[in-house]
Design a protein around this ligand. Structure first.
Ligand SMILES: Cc1cc2nc3c(=O)[nH]c(=O)nc-3n(C[C@H](O)[C@H](O)[C@H](O)COP(=O)(O)OP(=O)(O)OC[C@H]3O[C@@H](n4cnc5c(N)ncnc54)[C@H](O)[C@@H]3O)c2cc1C
Ligand SMILES: *[C@@H]1O[C@H](CO)[C@@H](O)[C@H](O)[C@H]1NC(C)=O
Ligand SMILES: CC(=O)N[C@H]1CO[C@H](CO)[C@@H](O)[C@@H]1O
Ligand SMILES: CC(=O)N[C@H]1CO[C@H](CO)[C@@H](O)[C@@H]1O
Length: 489
């Protein structure tokens, strides 16, 4: 690890231009590296990281949640604090309007700090929330966590203009329990715009990007006669020399880097999007300054794990479900089964529907918490499978592959890395250079395997034996997208 001293003129190739790749490129350039090339098979200059325009990486999205609330994991709580400073600075830069990225205007923001509500259907706070409150207090940030049932916290929220976020589902008016914590440090990051911003910044600092389905697609490493990796080959046959190769291919990494067997697997989360018409009063009701981002029963297994957002600037409301994650095991050339991402945009076989189980959970939630959508004739407009890269312990993986020092991975985002887009690369470059390797997160992100007898946070690589393998899943039909036609439960 960090064994080889890199010179600022050395060629570095990053494969993948998602949150990990973009941020690594940006921070390499900021630190003076002058020969950085990023390859991606997706043409981001055409899609602008917009899912609806054909971009299907985890980072290509309308919005993501940003939170400091991390239960007992104070190291991520600290990381959020650092990231929020950067997000705030990026907002300032956009507002100042100097050298804006394509498609951004001075009215845009990449970070909307209007709170994230963690709530439950139980009558008491979950242990995760209790831990968060304790640890934020210990960090001197107690006043940032507001408990919905606590009259003093409620009054504080009202004073700070965040009253709307304490009961966004109008539970009180309907005589229903409303138990949760508002993390006022959190809110929404506008993912597609943030990626475009980071891409533009990295380009301005001299990073070269090759976006093309063949010329940008990693095919294999390029080896010298001794078998050492000296670069990469693309599907178009070009060779790119490199002193360091960073594999940051999100959900595609485990099949490209089979050494990750047992450490990482790609799994699919489910997403629905509802289009609120421009003339509907619900545009106002769910606007970002009147409605927070939220997480419901986040750690409650298959019956929980929902999260959602205010409407975006095109009036689209997104809700996700991660309580069940699905896999697509496919036989690989080495005879092993590995899960492979497949979306509505994959060349060849596609997936355009959701597992029925996900849809049932979405509908149950909408019926209970957001009945005004169906009442106003709003149906689900679009669905999505979004591919995580899970590690067995839910920590990222940023390290050299074992036994050599040319190829490194920066992956394992596990459904919570996007919020760190501005600073992920700072850590990746530190690890590359061998800086302060005794930090807790650097050690957690090192190459590792599940200690014998220990229970994993995420159970990986169950192949087709899992009830959540695509072969065992039954799928929705287009008619399932209707909400209004659903009989009330
Ligand atoms: C449904 C869902 C919801 C999430 N919600 C949140 C949230 O609310 N908050 C949060 O902080 N995080 C969230 N995350 C996690 C976050 O999105 C990820 O951790 C992060 O975006 C991962 O970035 P990445 O760079 O690893 O992968 P990706 O964004 O997937 O990028 C990988 C890139 O590699 C490229 N690639 C693949 N194969 C090749 C190849 N052979 N050659 C060249 N390029 C290749 C792909 O085209 C892609 O551009 C969520 C994730 C999902 C799936
Ligand atoms: C919070 O404050 C609002 C506005 O004063 C009030 O309507 C609501 O009942 C309060 N809720 C709680 C739980 O105290
Ligand atoms: C309290 C708070 O952060 N309010 C912000 C919510 O978002 C709007 C814009 O959507 C801002 O103007 C508010 O300042
Ligand atoms: C849990 C479960 O449903 N497993 C089944 C998944 O599908 C395979 C065949 O494809 C069966 O063998 C498993 O029993």
């Amino acid at each position: 690890m960090g064994g080889r001293q890199l010179k600022h003129s050395d060629a570095i190739v990053i494969v993948g231009a998602g949150a990990f790749g973009l941020s690594t490129a940006l921070h390499l350039a900021l630190r003076g590296y002058r020969n950085v090339t990023v390859l991606d098979k997706h043409e981001y200059d055409n899609s602008g990281y917009d899912y609806r325009s054909g971009a299907d990486s985890a980072s290509s999205d309308m919005n993501k949640i940003i939170r400091s609330a991390y239960g007992s994991q104070v190291e991520y709580q600290d990381l959020s604090k650092e990231a929020i400073e950067w997000w705030t600075a990026w907002n300032r830069e956009i507002k100042a309007g100097k050298d804006l990225a394509p498609g951004l205007s001075t009215n845009d923001r990449v970070y909307i700090n209007n709170g994230t509500l963690c709530f439950t259907d139980q009558l008491e706070l979950a242990p995760f929330e209790v831990e968060t409150i304790r640890n934020m207090k210990a960090a001197g940030l107690g006043e940032t966590q507001l408990v919905t049932m606590n009259p003093e916290d409620n009054a504080s929220a009202q004073r700070r203009g965040l009253g709307y976020a304490m009961d966004p589902f109008r539970r009180r008016a309907r005589n229903k329990p409303n138990v949760g914590v508002l993390d006022t440090t959190g809110g929404v990051v506008v993912a597609d715009k943030a990626c475009r911003f980071a891409l533009h910044k990295a380009r301005r600092l001299g990073v070269k990007f090759i976006f093309h389905p063949q010329a940008g697609a990693f095919e294999s490493y390029w080896h010298d006669e001794q078998g050492n990796v000296v670069g990469v080959k693309t599907q178009s046959g070009e060779k790119h020399p490199a002193k360091k190769v960073v594999m940051a291919c999100g959900g595609w990494t485990p099949t490209l880097v089979p050494e990750l067997d047992g450490l990482c697997e790609t799994t699919a989360g489910s997403v629905i999007m509802l289009q609120i018409p421009p003339n509907s009063h619900l545009r106002e009701r769910f606007a970002p300054d009147k409605f927070p981002s939220w997480m419901w029963k986040l750690w409650d297994g298959a019956e929980g794990g929902l999260y959602g957002f205010p409407v975006d600037d095109r009036g689209m409301m997104k809700i996700g479900y991660r309580g069940t994650k699905y896999t697509n095991p496919q036989l690989q050339q080495d005879g092993k089964l590995r899960s492979v991402p497949i979306t509505r945009y994959t060349p060849g076989d596609k997936v355009t529907q959701l597992p029925r189980k996900s849809m049932q959970i979405f509908k149950h939630f909408l019926n209970e918490y957001l009945p005004e959508l169906a009442e106003n004739g709003i149906d689900i407009e679009l669905t999505r499978l979004c591919w995580y890269t899970d590690s067995f312990d839910n920590h990222y993986v940023v390290d050299d592959l074992p036994g050599q020092n040319t190829v490194m991975v920066a992956t394992g985002g596990c459904g919570h890395a996007f919020k760190y887009l501005p600073i992920l690369g700072k850590w990746v470059v530190d690890i590359m250079e061998g800086v302060e390797m005794d930090r807790t997160l650097v050690k957690k992100w090192a190459w590792r395997s599940l200690p014998e007898g220990e229970k994993p946070f995420n159970v990986l690589m169950q192949g087709n034996d899992s009830p959540n393998a695509f072969k065992n899943v039954s799928w929705t039909k287009d008619s399932d997208l209707k909400l209004g036609s659903q009989p009330k439960l």
